[in-house]
Ligand binder design. Sequence first.
Ligand code: NIG
Ligand code: FE
Length: 407
Amino acid sequence: MATTSQPQHPSRLWRDLSLFDGLTTQPGRCWVKVEDGRIAAMGAMDSLDQAQRADCIDMGSGGVMTPGLIDCHTHLVYGGQRSDEFELRLEGASYEDISRRGGGILGTVQATRDADEAALFTTAATRLGAMIDDGVTSVEIKSGYGLSTDDELKMLRVARRLGRELPVRVSTTLLAAHALPPEYHGNADGYIDLVCNEILPAAHAEGLVDAVDVFCERIAFSREQCLRVFEAARALGLPVKAHAEQLSLSGGASLVAEHHGLSADHIEYLDDAGIAAMAEAGTVGVLLPGAFYTLRETQQPPIDAMRRAGVAMAVASDANPGTSPIMLPTLMLNMACTLLRLTPQEALAGMTAHAATAIGTAGLGRITVGAIADLCVWDVQRPAELAYAVQPGRLRHRVLEGVLTHG
Ligand code: NIG
Ligand code: FE
């Protein structure tokens, strides 16, 4: 006797779509079959036969399908806001000036220490909700505004809870080496001891860390101090990444590459040696046009040289209260083109396939047979339109592991 059991994710057929597969735009109109949370089959429209349609729920047609957007660099969990600092910068103060006077990141550290987990969750969920509505299906979230064991773990617990309670994948990054907390003033090496010997092991033991980040910069930590953090991370088997060459050439990018790190991020001041090291190690260059824009940076990241060297380039929001208070990922596609001169296709690959590499997750960020079915269908005619126009509200459907979560 035949039994009928309802599959957890029934087959769905998406058809008559323009398709950006994570790396390139497919010619003509396409169909994609989703089954059990994965891409089961796909092809050009003229290859779709009745048999292939028969067992599927037809999801309708038209528009552009892309992999779900992956924002591979955010600081979404934080207390307070920094519009006062925005006003100071409008009056002529630089980000570095403000930081040296004890503002900047340390202002957010105080507000984050003062907030409890419930309050941090509520404000971060609102910000993340806006990003989900703009097509994000995976997001990386960093700590780095706690700078003590309890407060760093608090931030990471909130990040994990966001991943459990919102329809989005969250990967967590410990960024305890983000700034020197006031209680360690004049003792940066002592703080790095705390990061390596206490904060990192405690966060790892609680399962809160997917990767480890550092801020390698003259207003943050030296190459040698970052090296110590990387060695501690590698000893625990954790991948590394860095905020590198954002305000000056500090050598953080080549340090990440030497540790086969996931990514070097910002990289406005990246030099040829750093590019060569990243190309050899397969380290992704993460471009953060929101921070470039907010700080009115004039030093362009070396896009052409990275292209020539074959360094994969990701694009991310850097969503944070200081340098990029911008929670609109599709705006980053536009800024990556307008400000940094990526092509729309490069920008889209930067928030899909290459962003997946930057968070170390295979099987995401592509529309290929076997890939995880995290997908967006947009009310636009061509993939390039997503980068060309700045227009929220174009997301028609959003699919997380085969399950419709929007539209
Ligand atoms: O990615 N550069 C360092 N960290 C963040 C900014 C954090 C802040 O200003 O609050 C960034 O730009
Ligand atoms: Fe950042």
